[in-house]
Write a protein that binds this ligand. Structure first.
Ligand code: 0RA
Length: 655
């Protein structure tokens, strides 16, 4: 059992971009390190050896083909999942060079696959841009594969080479002739490395491949799952509309109704930098902004997103001033106002992208802020002036948002002295801890009174506070900030954390540096987790960005034999423990937290020395937000699709 705090996300590898030189030559490959390092510390290179790391292998290979497409040489990429979870990736690019590299005395393709850090970026002919991990990928995937095969079509021939666990098995040999060019890779993830699972999830791969297709308009990516010959699944992702289609897809899949017909689309190029945005407004209250740098998702935003937001607010206010749309009593529109009901995709390309932050999810290049903001300001302003009816509809929506917010603020100010939210009062059901230094303290938000009771008794009252949740779930989907404040389920959370929400959010007032969601491992538990994550994501985002939110991991089983007992957190772990105990054990399955006595809850889930907690990142929160939109929004169709798609998981739940 792992008794440490795990991160839900994968730590992206450091950026390995190297300078781009004018001409490609096999001898320019930079030889840095061998592959043993990769097998010794796989997490360093692919983030984790869990399911995420496993899927990352496919992304690494596909990213190289996408780079080839970006360079203008590849139009089709085909990904297949074969029986035994073997992956194949085929592209119709130029093919990885096969000429002999002088330094190594080996074919370039062999060097690319056996030497760490040698990849597409080495003096790449035309590889102007590249994402964080691009170009280091192939050798890492080779190292972590039980076996790996490559076929390159180039210069009239088909060349093939095989490897096991990164070691050469056959030299590069000509196995046929061809008129075409391209690269074909086939590999099997090494179960010695991916001990948890080597099974791919179609939907996970589909999501990422679809995203890559949106980001590269016209590029066709096919995904085919051939694992079950009676149920072959296949999709072609190809969008002539690029990120504009992406925005349309997000709106449709979430059941959002746009308030204007055409999706705005602005682009700009300046030297080796480019920026592109697609924008639409719907009649809902949430903002959805997805940003990318060199086709790599920047979940934590960064300079491009900052430029976008600044310019957007300026466009609305300047437009309002110019056409006298802001009345005397109206305040300037805030960022929150102009982003209400917004769906936007931002994509920038640049030569030396700096990915910052703990998870490398934030773009740091300051030169990109101005490029995006100038483009957006100029082009959106022009668009507004040329499309006055669209502009009015959108502007009035923001104005509504502003007035609603202002009204709520006034109402709140009037009631200030009595208002619990403003008066530093604490919710009645909170069992606070004695230590008042947030750096030391934790709050457990617990669904259910019986679990709340156990947690109160079992906790370390010095540093752990318990807040049991009760009351009615709020449909945040259809509510503005004012409704959220009045909700009896969320108000105690806001009060206990002390930060306020939305525009008023102040992280320095946070009363606990660990905010732990503790809920049952069933559908109701999932519901409350989704609600809270969505709420944090929409109204207290820095809480997630700065890594203060956690999910407790209570055990699923207690396995006893004689006087000895252990806990298991998954079915696999249960089976392993039973085997280790020599079989014939007594197995108790915990249906809910409430079944554990205070001592057990402390031992397994709350004791900082032994517990496992998942730290929530922006990606998780965004996923929760998406699920929430689908489940709670007012369109039936996306909800029906979601339930149909996820019904098989629900069946498996023991409820
Ligand atoms: C370096 C140089 C050239 C192509 C590639 C890399 C290349 C790499 C991958 C990885 C997957 N598919 C790929 N396709 C191409 C081009 C050298 C030239 O022909 O001038």
């Amino acid at each position: 059992m792992e008794h440490e705090e795990k991160r839900l996300n994968d730590l992206d590898d450091e950026q390995m971009d190297t300078a781009v030189s004018e001409e490609y030559g096999a001898d320019q490959i930079q030889v840095l390190k061998g592959l043993e390092a990769v097998r010794k510390r796989p997490g360093m290179y692919i983030g984790s050896t869990g399911p995420r790391g496993l899927h990352h292998l496919v992304y690494e290979i596909v990213d190289n083909s996408v780079d080839e497409a970006l360079a203008g040489y590849c139009t089709h990429i085909e990904v297949e999942i074969l029986p035994g979870d073997v992956i194949t990736v085929r592209d119709n690019g130029r093919g990885i060079p096969v000429d002999i590299n002088e330094e190594e005395g080996l074919p370039a393709v062999t060097v690319v696959l056996t030497v760490l850090h040698a990849g597409g970026k080495f003096g790449g002919s035309g590889y102007k841009v590249s994402g964080g991990l691009h170009g280091v990928g192939s050798s890492v995937v080779n190292a972590l594969s039980e076996w790996f095969e490559i076929e390159v079509s180039r210069q009239g021939h088909v060349y093939r080479q095989r490897f096991t666990r990164g070691d050469v098995v056959t030299d590069l040999e000509v196995v046929g002739d061809t008129d075409g060019t391209g690269t074909f890779i086939k590999f099997k993830a090494d179960p010695e490395i991916f001990t948890e699972t080597t099974e791919y999830e179609y939907d996970v791969l589909a999501r990422r491949l679809r995203e890559q297709a949106f980001l590269n308009a016209g590029l066709s990516i096919t995904l085919t799952d051939k694992r079950d010959e009676n149920d072959v699944q296949s999709e072609v992702f190809c969008y002539e509309g690029g990120i504009r289609s992406f925005v349309d897809y997000i709106n449709t899949s979430r059941g959002l109704s746009p308030v204007h017909e055409d999706i705005m689309h602005f682009t700009t190029v300046q030297g080796d930098k480019s920026a592109e945005v697609a924008i639409s407004y719907n009649d809902g209250y949430n903002e959805i902004i997805l940003s990318f740098a060199n086709d790599v998702r920047t979940v934590d935003g960064g300079t491009h997103e900052q430029g976008f937001k600044t310019a957007l607010t300026r466009v609305f206010n300047d437009y309002g001033k110019k056409f006298n749309l802001l009345k005397d009593g109206d305040k300037k529109l805030s960022g929150e106002d102009v982003r209400e009901g917004l769906t936007a995709v931002i994509s920038v390309k640049l030569t030396e992208a700096q990915f910052e932050g703990q998870t490398k999810g934030k773009l740091g290049n300051t030169e990109i802020t101005g490029l995006v903001s100038k483009m957006l300001y100029d082009k959106m302003m022009t668009y507004f002036e040329e499309n006055p009816s669209v502009a009015k509809a959108i502007f009035n929506k923001a104005l509504d948002a502003s007035r609603a917010r202002e009204a709520a603020r006034k109402a709140r100010d009037n009631a200030r002295r009595k208002s619990a939210l403003e008066s530093n009062a604490l919710p009645g059901k909170l069992a606070d801890c004695t230590d008042k230094n947030p750096e030391n303290t934790e709050i457990y938000i617990v669904e259910g009174d019986s679990a709340g009771g156990s947690a109160k008794e079992g906790r370390d009252r010095n540093i752990q506070a318990i807040l049991p949740l009760w009351g009615k779930m709020l449909n945040v989907e259809k509510a503005r900030v004012d409704k959220v404040i009045g909700n009896d389920k969320l108000t105690p959370v806001i009060m206990a954390l002390g930060t306020g929400i939305g525009d008023d959010f102040d992280i320095t007032k946070l009363r606990y540096h660990k905010v732990v969601i503790m809920a049952d491992a069933d559908v109701d538990g999932a519901h409350i987790r989704t609600l809270l994550l969505t709420f944090f994501f929409r109204y207290m985002r820095p809480l997630i960005e700065q890594g203060y939110v956690y999910i407790a991991q209570p055990p699923l089983y207690k396995i006893s034999k004689g006087k000895k007992h252990v806990y298991a957190f998954s079915d696999e772990e249960r089976d392993r423990e039973i085997e280790e105990m020599g079989g014939s054990c007594d197995i108790q399955r915990y249906k809910g937290l409430g079944e554990m006595d205070p001592q057990q809850l402390w031992e397994t889930t709350m004791d900082p020395n032994y517990r496992t907690m998942l730290r929530v990142n922006m990606e998780d929160a965004m996923e929760a937000d998406e699920t929430f939109s689908i489940l709670m929004g007012d369109k039936v169709e996306p909800r029906r699709l979601f339930i149909e798609k996820n019904a098989k998981y629900v069946e498996n739940l023991d409820i």
